[in-house]
Design a protein around this ligand. Sequence first.
Ligand code: PMP
Length: 423
Amino acid sequence: MNNAQLNELKNKYVANGAASPATQFADRAENSVIWDVDGNRIIDFAGGIGVLNIGHCHPKVVAAVQAQVANLMHTCQIVIPYAGYVQVAEKLSQLAPVRGHGKVMLVNSGAEALENAVKIARAATGKNNVICFDGGYHGRTLFTMAMNGKVAPYAGDFGTMPGNVFRAPYPVPSLGVSEEEAIRRLHTTLKTDANPRDTAAIVIEPVLGEGGFHPAPASFLKAIRDICDEHGMLMIVDEVQSGFGRTGKMFAIEHSGVQPDLITMAKSMAAGMPISAIVGTDKYMDASGPNSLGGTYSGSPASCAAVLAVLEVFEEENILARSMALGEKLGQRFTQWQEQFASVENVRHLGSMAAFDLVTADHKPDAELTAAMCKLAREKGLILIACGFYGNTLRFLMPVTIEDEVLEEGLAIVEACLAEFAA
Ligand code: PMP
């Protein structure tokens, strides 16, 4: 079937809220390029929203998944376990910088990881509240929607959100929130709404993802660690988007030296297979009773095989160093654009988690221009995606393994789009 025929099916059969606005249907992909069903070549600067740090269809991951599904596809690991689950648990425990000895549970999506992190924090502390941040994003299940620090398009149509979620501002000086102010307001939240006596955890993305690719200062993350320790609350770090090499470290929190109690991870940990994990200090992970965590597909054999292959690729192909090098290149190019185009501001990157803002002539967030940039780029054969509290951030999540020529080709398209709108 071609794009036109598939669009007809989409319009007729796919629920409005779940349908992609894109009109090209992906057929196959390799590293940083997708071909659609009509044979068009599209450069991918989104990586399935941060899932493909080692590229589309990495041969090593494909082979591992194929071998696994030929042998064992499913048992439900609480019915009868298999090697992959415990091997992944061992590796993640060794890699994730949580305090003390880390234990692991696996689930299927980022949102599910956050849901379970909150369950674990409640069981471990006997308390109910969580504190999250303005602009934060944690998923689309009911509780994670309540945790998100932005309403549209996530929670607006879905009625009353679960309670016990409180919020504080994330430190983003370009949006008028200094680190000092953010700490002061967090203390205010603890005084006015979220009594520490009733608060189980503070949940923070070490680099705000959907909220605009803003890294939190190390001193802010340390302050949260101290506040959690003072009040017997858990520090939960959401690395669903920032983890698995995006920032040049395995986990973004490593840049700060802070050891959280729990870390949630998903996306690039399995290069496209659905899986997520919570890694946390053993006494917290073991706080809930037998059969209190998990689900039918949690940590499926094929997804576990993918994780183990991904971790080998990280070693063999020096992914962390390449993420740093890619980030440097992006930073340099964006800085050139900032000098060249009045619309480009606030260039930033931590490793290859890189972004800049688009603004109007009077320096206001320009979401319209940002959407138009993404649309024009798509017409020129490049997938470019936006994010940000005001929807005016262009974020870059191309595979860390992108070939130099393809990177250059994609950046040239972004530059051509900027030039076209500047004219
Ligand atoms: N947390 C963060 C930081 C994310 O970026 C996302 C997804 N963008 C999620 C949680 C939710 O992940 P999923 O879409 O797999 O449920």
